[in-house]
Design a protein around this ligand. Structure first.
Ligand code: ADP
Ligand code: TRP
Length: 318
């Protein structure tokens, strides 16, 4: 076994990723894969809370795998797998459900938001943080790179680990979130948080045409020297010192600045898009990566679950 610390994270397959997802969370997966024992999964069980269309779930799940490979996750360094290939997490989530109170989970932001919108909330949405805790704790993960909006889920995970350890004896490691402060919230083309729900995204694997139309659609207020919404996206791609010079030279010339941003976005997205297309042409190889990833992870969590079952008093036969 390697002495490296364990990094774990996942992305829910709910549609095309955007530049905000990348800079807020996914970029770290790639940058950290050399320094950690990295495990990145497709959170398809979590996606079931909102997607009950078989074809759509399957397609989105496969898309996330290509997205991972496209951004540069290297299967030789990172174990990539489907959450549903490690069904132990649902068993562990059940055990967590039995030591967690309703009022405690009712404080979760995601649940409160859903409730405020008067949505008919399924139990999966309510229990979502416990399945996430199981994903993380069953692997004894040390660090979990996520965007800011997942911070509370990691706090809940830590609370559950502490509670279980108190009740049954030292069992789970207490994981740390890894949140990049400067990109905690990437802004979209309208200046709000970039989000699929706001229709203000730049898709991560956008075509050149899509890049152009998204940038042309960036909202600018006339009369500003620096079009703030253009600058905010641009600063993800270029060092601020260079950018300040450029924006000073082209003060007030919105169209020119947008052209510069289009050029930089094309240079940034182009190679990732090409890599994704290449993986897309090798479905057997991708399938093999995923099946090996699942097998490897099942082996890892098997021992942990034997320990957990014994600790809580679940008699179990192999
Ligand atoms: P969306 O809001 O578009 O539906 P998700 O909720 O699927 O995005 O988020 C997936 C991951 O990307 C999470 O880790 C989240 O924190 C991160 N993320 C999403 N939007 C942004 C953003 N605008 N800035 C930074 N990180 C983001
Ligand atoms: N809830 C996360 C999101 O929406 C996805 C996720 C599920 C996750 N399980 C996880 C992230 C475990 C990190 C670790 O983005």
């Amino acid at each position: 076994m390697s002495a490296k610390k364990v990094l774990l994270s996942g992305v829910k397959p709910t549609g095309r990723p955007h530049v905000g997802n990348y800079f807020g969370a996914m970029k770290q997966f790639v940058e950290l894969q050399d320094s950690y024992e990295s495990r990145i999964f497709v959170a398809n069980l979590h996606a079931l809370t909102t997607c009950q269309d078989k074809v759509e779930l399957e397609r989105n799940t496969q898309d996330v795998v290509l997205d991972y490979l496209g951004i540069g996750l290297d299967p030789m360094k990172t174990t990539i797998y489907y959450q549903s290939d490690v069904p132990h997490v649902t068993e562990l989530a059940w055990i967590f459900e039995c030591i967690t109170t309703m009022p405690y989970l009712m404080r979760a932001h995601a649940f409160k938001d859903a409730e405020a919108k008067n949505k008919e909330i399924n139990i999966g949405v309510f229990n979502y943080p416990l399945l996430m805790a199981a994903d993380i704790l069953v692997q004894d993960a040390d660090v979990v790179p996520v965007g800011r909006d997942q911070q509370q889920h990691i706090e809940i995970t830590r609370d559950i680990a502490l509670k279980f350890n108190r009740m049954y004896g030292e069992t789970f490691k207490i994981p740390e979130p890894l949140i990049l402060e400067n990109v905690a919230t990437v802004l979209g083309t309208d200046g709000q948080k970039m989000s699929k729900s706001y229709n203000n995204t730049i898709p991560l694997f956008a075509s050149d045409d899509e890049i152009e139309s998204a940038v042309m659609g960036i909202v600018t207020d006339s009369g500003q020297d620096i079009p703030k919404n253009v600058y905010e996206i641009h600063k993800l791609l270029k060092p601020e010192r260079e950018l300040q010079k450029l924006y000073a030279e082209k003060k007030g010339q919105y169209a020119e600045l947008k052209k510069e941003l289009i050029k930089d976005l094309k240079n940034f997205i182009g190679p990732m898009r090409a890599r994704r297309v290449e993986w897309e042409s090798k479905p057997e190889e991708v399938e093999k990566i995923m099946s090996e990833g699942g097998k490897k992870m099942r082996k890892v969590v098997h021992e942990k679950m034997i320990e957990v079952r014994a600790k809580v008093g679940l008699i179990h036969n192999e």
